[in-house]
Design a binder for this molecule. Structure first.
Ligand code: PLP
Length: 236
């Protein structure tokens, strides 16, 4: 078999396993599998893998670095995929990210909103935005995401932009903590957000290691990389 056919088979097996896990978790939680969108995180993997994934029925892919994402999105422009930006955003790159992304999941400070809105201004449809909320204790090193106390102001800021559509929240479970507790907390934060912004009910939570906990807590999007694609190549 050719290398491409081998890789296709690997990806098909990874996808089948992850879809099976999502279906089982939904079943257990009394949810329908189509309530959960699988975003396959393709960071560090080549555009050829994205192409194979699209052929295997993947509709949503996630990337966390602007340059890599922009290049891959351009190379895969013919596939009709939705690109989710899930990485740390710099305000001087935010407008460019808005140009190729369908969803920006990692908005975590007011400073990003103006550039994002400008970058999204030329789109036929508003850009879907998720606010990344931190579930770490305050003061944690490398903490990404807005503090829950500052979430309402950030939400209002995004909702005030015509070219952006506030859709909900994204979070990563804290390292070494109980994901069930963390995602339960996240779901309560979502309830507070939805009370003010009824259309902002999306919840992006859950990765390869903890997607079952996220589905149980009501995730509408899971972001899965290594369980589909294998372990990531070492960072250059
Ligand atoms: C890399 C990444 C993922 C996917 O992680 P896996 O453990 O490989 O599934 C999910 N979310 C974010 C924000 C990431 O950076």
């Amino acid at each position: 078999m050719s290398a491409v056919a081998d890789r296709r088979q690997e990806l098909a097996a990874g996808l089948a396993a992850v879809r099976g896990r999502i279906a089982a978790a939904c079943d257990e939680a009394g949810r329908q599998p189509d309530e959960v969108t699988l975003v396959v995180v393709t960071k560090f993997f080549p555009a050829s893998d994205v192409r194979l994934l699209a052929d295997l029925g993947v509709t949503d892919v996630g990337e966390n670095r602007h340059q890599e994402a922009e290049a891959k999105a351009a190379e895969c422009n013919d596939l009709g995929l939705r690109w989710h930006f899930i990485g740390g955003l710099q305000s001087n790159k935010a407008a460019a990210v808005a140009a190729y992304s369908s969803v920006v999941q990692s908005v975590d400070r007011p400073k990003l909103v103006g550039p994002l809105a400008r970058g999204a201004g030329n789109r036929p449809e508003p850009l879907d935005v998720l606010l990344q909320v931190s579930l770490d204790p305050p003061g944690t090193e490398g903490r990404a995401g807005v503090d829950p106390a500052e979430l309402p102001a950030l939400a209002d800021r995004v909702a005030g932009e015509a070219s952006l559509r506030l859709r909900g929240l994204m979070a990563v479970a804290p390292l070494g903590a109980d994901p069930a507790e963390a995602f339960g907390r996240l779901d309560r934060i979502r309830a507070g957000l939805v009370a003010e912004h009824p259309a902002a009910g999306w919840l992006s939570a859950g990765m390869s290691g903890d997607l079952e906990h996220a589905v149980r807590a009501g995730a509408t999007h899971v972001r899965v990389g290594s369980a589909v694609l294998g372990s990531r190549p070492v960072k250059k």
